[in-house]
Structures are given as C-alpha cells and as structure tokens.
Write a protein that binds this ligand. Structure first.
Ligand SMILES: [Zn+2]
Length: 442
C-alpha cells in the first residue's frame, strides 16, 4: 500500500488545459505531486477533504516589490512625480529591519490571496526578503535593485557597475537555493534609464555565467522609449538585445509601449513577459496583449507591489480583462479579444514561465511541484455556474482561498497562515510604517 505525505480527496480541479475535472484525488510525496486521478489507493500522513473546494495551481506574482508594502496608499490621488516625491525618499530610508517586516507583511498578504510564488524586481536589503521567504515557506525569485545612473536618483541608491554586480553576487552566494531551492537570486535591471550600457553588458554576462535570470522593467512608459531613442538611437528592447540581455533568462515587467518589431524581437528571443494591469492601465496605457499572445509570447501577471493597490492577482485579472475588452475589443466589435483561458494561464503557467520554472510549476500535474491552492467554491458568487473557469476570472477573490500548499507543505489551513504570526506582523508593520514616513519626510 502506497503511503503519501498528503492526499487531497474528491476535489474539483482546474486541469492544465483550464478545464474543470470533478471528483479528483491529488497525492503529494515530499515537495512533488506524485499522482493525480480518481480514487487513488493508498494512505497519507495528512488528508484534505476536497468536497466543496476547487484545486488549482498556486498563483505566481511575476512582478512585485516587497519593499513597497509599507508605502500602501501613499501615492493615491497624487500628481507626478510619484517616483521622486515618494518612492525615492521612502526606499532610501528603509533599514534592514524595515525590509524584513515589510517582506513578511507582503508574504502574509500574498499567501492569503492564493499567491505561492513571486518575482521581486528589487529594493534595498534584499537578503531580508530572501530570509522572510525561506522562513514562511513561499517561493521567491529575488533581485537586488540595480542602478548606476540617473539624475533624480540619490547617490545612496546607486553605485558603480562593478559594485552592483559584486553586491548581487554576494546575495547570490548567501541565498540562492535556500529553503529547499524555493529561494532563487536573480540580477536586477531596474530600468534602462537608470542602468548604463556597461552595467547592462556586465549583468547579462554574469547572469549567463551563474546560470540565473534577470528581472527588468521594460517599456513601462513613453519617456523610457524617448530616452533610449535620444541616447542610443535604439528602442529599449533593441538596447537590451545589443547588450546581450534578451533571452529566455530575462523577465520583462510591464511591456506597455511595445512596437510591432519589439513584440517580434521579444518572441524570437523567448523573453518572459509580465503585465501589471492596475499599475499599467492607470498610469501608462493598454498593453497589446492580444497581439503578444498571437506572436507566441508567454505572459504572466504581476501586482507591482502594494503601493497603489493590493497584492491580489484576482483583482489584477479582472482589471486586465475589462481594460483589454474596452480598449482593443470594443472599437472593433470583438468581445473575445482576451479569452478567459488565456487569463487563467497568465495567473499560473505564464508567471511560472516568466520565472524560468514553467517545467516544475504552473499546473497540477504528476511530477510538478506541489504548489496548490484550494478555493471555497460553495459560495453564492461562485456556485452554481455554467462555466466555473470563466467565473473564477470574473468573480473569485482573495478571500475565497481556503488552503494553500507550497512545495508540498500546507502553509495556510482554513485561512490561518501556519508559518507566520499574523497579529505580531501587522502590529510591527504599523509601527514601522510611521517611523519610515517620519524618517523619509513623506
Ligand atoms: Zn515595478
């Protein structure tokens, strides 16, 4: 008789084709899904009754800033420049302790929203983010904020290209592979306006040497394109190509102001692309998502941190669907410009692809890592429905996630996060928020 570590019995499941399967058992051994099927024979150390629940792959927040959690709601209804008036003084005032509590609060919110893995584009003291992820059981792909130029960046936030590479290598040596390989360290390219040609070249070469990834903000707004054309006579994607950065180990966040040739270039180089719908649609415009999908790009979703919104990808996906239908669909009378299956893919497999873990994450399949969330579907906004997959995109929310399993371990049961002290974290975070604001003068 087979003995598993965990079995989820008789559950409704979203399969890899984004179809709903009923009465499924899912068996887990160690950190891996070892069997998916009907009436699995065998026992388990832990059993979850799946009746009334939907099992789906854990969500991947593929562009996030753990450092901005304590900036929540500060930039709302403010005029530009948000970056110079709020972000720069805030981020440059963070201590190691602030980063630790900020990361803990952010991970608590992510777990409670069904997110099981995140990619952090970088802030200060990223070792604290790595420590928090290793401790709480989350999967994190973590970069250090990397900048060596830019007029409105204080000296404390930038350093020479060599120093930037050295500091990321230090972080890599200390944390890459921590927490049973849940923590991975990547290189950061904050954005092309704050990274020199030399830094871009050195970053791509070092990432290749270490076999790791790079996380960049790309084509977020028109200023960035204008900067690149003025200084290099190249568009941002072409600059990354010229400096050796474009490839499958590059994750680009935002991708709003892409030209047709940019899209073709990113697709040809198999770059992992990510949208941050609430951040993009309120500040920068509507990405050409339907065209990007048509060209074969894999797309993930990101929250871009909590400064202006929440970390719920359920909220992101609704905004993206409605925004894209309104902007691209309505003018040409095409209501299916972005099908719900494509959106479900962006929340899971698309994000997993972007963090270079598409083979082991992103769907519930034998052999993949057991990153599984269970939603309470016995609720009036979800049941009954003619199409549960579509209803997930349209109506499900963070509070519907009942249990969360990451790397085979139950990290949230009945909405209680087992790996963190929720009350203590919120208390300490409130204290830290006031202190940082005073220090930063914001
Ligand atoms: Zn960002």
């Amino acid at each position: 008789m087979m003995e598993y570590d965990l079995i989820i019995r008789d559950v409704t499941m979203l399969d890899k084709g984004y179809e709903i399967q009923e009465h499924v058992d899912i068996a887990v051994s160690g950190s891996t899904i070892t069997e998916v099927g009907k009436d699995i024979q065998g026992t388990a150390k832990e059993e979850i009754k799946g009746k009334g629940l939907l099992a789906m792959p854990g969500l991947v927040d593929a562009h996030h800033h753990n450092a901005q959690q304590l900036l929540r709601a500060k930039p709302i209804d403010e005029y530009p420049m948000i970056w110079t008036r709020f972000l720069v003084p805030f981020e440059s005032s963070l201590t190691e302790e602030d980063m630790y509590i900020s990361s803990q609060l952010s991970m608590l919110e992510m777990i409670k929203s069904g997110t099981t893995a995140f990619a952090d584009a970088g802030g200060p003291h990223m070792g604290m983010t790595a420590k928090a992820a290793a401790e709480c059981g989350m999967r994190g792909v973590i970069a250090r904020s990397t900048m060596d130029m830019g007029g409105n960046i204080p000296d404390s936030m930038k350093c020479s290209a060599e120093e930037n590479i050295r500091l990321t290598c230090e972080l890599f040596d200390e944390w890459n592979g921590a927490g049973n390989d849940r923590v991975r360290i990547w290189f950061g390219i904050r954005q092309v306006m704050t990274c020199s040609w030399e830094l871009l070249e050195m970053t791509s070469a070092k990432a290749k040497e270490l076999g790791t990834g790079m996380h960049a903000h790309l084509c977020e707004h028109k200023d960035e394109v204008s900067f690149c054309l003025t200084n290099y006579r190249l568009r941002p994607a072409e600059l990354l190509e010229a400096t050796g950065c474009l490839g499958p180990n590059l994750l680009t966040a935002h991708n709003v102001v892409l030209s047709e040739s940019d899209i073709a270039l990113l697709a040809e180089r198999h770059v992992g692309t990510v949208h941050c719908p609430r951040s993009n649609l309120t500040n920068h415009g509507f990405p050409k998502t339907p065209r990007m999908l048509q060209q074969g790009l894999s797309i993930g979703l990101g929250s871009d941190g909590a400064a202006t919104s929440s970390l719920s990808l359920w909220d992101e996906v609704k905004v993206l669907r409605n925004g894209l239908i309104g902007y691209w669909g309505l003018p040409i009378f095409d209501p299916v410009v972005i099908p719900y299956r494509a959106l479900l893919r962006m929340m899971s497999q698309g994000g997993a692809d972007a963090i270079m873990q598409g083979d082991s994450l992103g769907s519930i399949e034998t052999g993949k890592k057991a990153d599984i969330i269970l939603l309470d579907i016995d609720q009036p906004h979800l049941t009954p429905t003619h199409n549960l997959g579509a209803t997930l995109v349209e109506a499900a929310c963070a509070g519907d996630v009942r249990h969360s399993i990451i790397d085979g371990k139950v990290v949230m049961k009945d909405r209680k996060v087992l790996t963190m002290d929720e009350e203590k974290i919120m208390f300490e975070a409130s204290k830290a928020m006031k202190q940082i604001s005073r220090r930063a003068g914001i």
